[in-house]
Ligand binder design. Structure first.
Ligand code: ZN
Length: 176
């Protein structure tokens, strides 16, 4: 199976337990457990999975285990998720506005704006009504969950960049 080159990263939850089951392992590129561990899915970067209907060939899909009333997302898990998305955006050379939640994709299909991401296709309608990542263990202060998440991702993206720059400055100031 040829490797895909992602144009977008989509955030999900599994609507299941805090550990991935077989279906989860088959469905997502990367999975974050309830305790914040990263697990690479069985089909990372290939097109043979069903994460985001009609978009699997152009998306990298990261999913948090949980999302049910009995398995609400945890803070340690969400922070690991934000950091993982930041790292993947850097790896694929994508800006933070190339991240969407699955719920946002569903909304964009419903209101027709999905065509700004890709041409319409017959599978996209299966994303309607998705509620992935709409409940988070934070005070959102009026932000949508998508905007809140992008804000967090951006923080991790910049923090990583700053660390590297600081290190460069340290080396520059050393006289040999
Ligand atoms: Zn989803």
């Amino acid at each position: 199976m040829a490797k895909i080159k992602p144009k977008y990263i989509i955030g999900h939850w599994t609507a299941g337990n805090y550990e991935p089951n077989y279906t989860d392992m088959e469905s997502y590129d990367l999975i974050i457990t309830g305790t914040g561990l990263k697990i690479v899915g069985n089909h990372e970067l290939d097109n043979n999975k069903s994460s985001t209907a009609g978009m699997n060939s152009i998306t990298y899909n990261i999913s948090c285990c949980g999302g049910l009333d009995r398995t609400p997302l945890t803070k340690v898990q969400c922070e690991a998720f934000f950091k993982a998305v930041a790292e993947k955006l850097k790896q694929f050379n994508l800006a933070v506005d190339k991240f969407y939640t699955h719920a946002e994709i569903g909304e964009m299909v419903s209101n027709g704006t999905i065509t700004k991401l890709l041409p319409n296709n017959s599978y996209l309608k299966d994303n309607k009504g998705k509620i992935d990542l709409t409940k988070l263990p934070y005070e959102l202060n009026g932000k949508t969950s998508g905007d809140f998440i992008r804000n967090k991702i951006q923080w991790y993206k910049e923090k990583g960049g700053r660390c590297r720059n600081n290190l460069k400055n340290v080396y520059k100031n050393i006289k040999f």
